[in-house]
Design a protein around this ligand. Structure first.
Ligand code: SF4
Length: 386
């Protein structure tokens, strides 16, 4: 591993893992946002053999393994390459990430665009590491909230559009191939117009070029995939955006799912799963109102040796009992969530500090609470709000 692999502040990958409190974090980009049954089971095996067994689904629909040791990383990489989970060329991972609408079908506009664009990514200039492209060309866009810099979408009238992030209107194009050509051209324009300084399209203030007129808004967004049965299978939620290899493996074995689609919303679409099998899977969520779909919690103890407290169990116990956004952090680093939460609990020396409306490293209003004291405190807080 190069020394670059230890530097934070960029997006980790598989070839460039990030050192975190619980070891290396190795991020896998599922090709076209989909893993076959064999690939998913191989990823579960890798997570247990080389990491802590935890698997996380990121807000860009990547799957990441946690707790990988530096000594085990080379062997893990050889395995991931062999299973076609990672490209053998590290340079491919530096290309902008593609995020596809998860319900694409073979031959539809999203799928066609992905194939055409993958063949042309090497033509793009090197872009800032966090940049990405959304391919969301179905009749109703679903990825409007997902982090990306350029988007291929449809307008309300069915026209195909290319839209720069942060701009309300996009440029109509007359075919998928023309859309892909436009995306490549925009990537060059971004760099030539000084975009590297801005880092992301949303922050880039240069006027759009004359050949990319902003003319049409995208169609009104559709809902993200709801939990339960779906025409392509069944959708399940991951509590806190995370699960274990053993839960995922059991889900695949009990439902006979043939593949999985990843989403940026803590949801997985298991392909070809019937209604009966979709009713419930131990350890995954099937209720839209489940607070664990939105709460934040880092792995905590025993997964992370920076943590002096267990986080996931407490988060489970608090789920549904506390109103507003909640973040349970094993320490002040706040790996799971870098923004303020209405209630943030930060572990310190085996106890919890309580922060209202802040990040894990903000000033607490109460310190050194045991779990029992914490629950009493929250009950009093809730009562005083009534
Ligand atoms: S925030 Fe959580 S995962 Fe990050 S270092 Fe602290 S205990 Fe570990």
């Amino acid at each position: 591993m190069t020394s670059e692999a230890r530097i934070k502040g960029w997006c980790p990958g598989a070839w460039r893992p990030m050192a975190t409190g619980d070891g290396l974090l190795v991020r896998v980009r599922p090709p076209l946002g989909r893993l076959s049954r064999a690939q998913l089971l191989a990823l579960c095996d890798a997570s247990e053999a080389f990491g802590s067994g935890l698997i996380e689904l990121t807000s860009r629909a990547n799957l990441q393994l946690r707790g990988v040791s530096e000594a085990g990383w080379p062997e893990l990489m050889a395995f991931l390459v062999e299973q076609a989970l990672v490209d053998p060329d590290p340079e491919v991972e530096r290309q902008p990430q593609l995020l596809l609408a998860p319900d694409w079908h073979v031959g539809d506009a999203t799928h066609e665009a992905a194939h055409l664009l993958l063949a042309r990514l090497a033509e793009m200039p090197p872009l800032p590491a966090k940049m990405g492209i959304v391919l969301d060309a179905g009749p109703l866009p679903v990825l409007g909230e997902a982090s990306a810099d350029f988007r291929l979408e449809q307008s309300a009238s069915g026209a195909l559009l290319v839209r720069a992030d942060g701009r309300a209107l996009g440029t109509p194009v007359d075919s998928v191939a023309a859309g892909v050509e436009h995306l490549v051209r925009l990537a060059h324009w971004f760099i030539e117009s000084g975009g590297r300084e801005s880092g992301r399209m949303r922050r880039h203030r240069a006027p759009m070029p004359g050949w990319a007129p902003a003319l049409m808004p995208p169609a009104q967004a559709d809902d993200r995939l709801t939990l339960g049965t779906h025409p392509q299978g069944a959708v399940f939620g991951l509590p806190f955006g995370r699960t274990t290899a053993s839960v995922l493996r059991a889900a695949f074995e009990s439902t006979m799912a043939t593949a999985v689609r990843v989403t940026p919303w803590r949801r997985l679409l298991l392909e070809n799963v019937g209604q009966a099998a979709a009713a419930s899977i131990e350890g995954l969520l099937n209720d839209e109102s489940d607070a664990r779909l939105s709460m934040q919690a880092c792995p905590g103890a025993p997964y992370c040796d920076q943590a002096s407290v267990e986080t996931l169990g407490l988060a489970e116990r608090l789920a549904g009992r506390v109103e507003g956004s909640v973040h349970v952090s094993g320490c002040a680093k706040g790996c799971a969530y870098q923004k303020p939460a209405e209630l943030c609990l930060t572990g310190r020396a085996g106890r919890f500090d309580l922060i209202l409306g802040g990040r894990a490293d903000d000033t607490p209003i109460a310190t050194g609470l045991t779990e029992t004291e914490l629950e009493d405190y929250l009950e009093n807080l809730n009562a005083s709000r009534l």
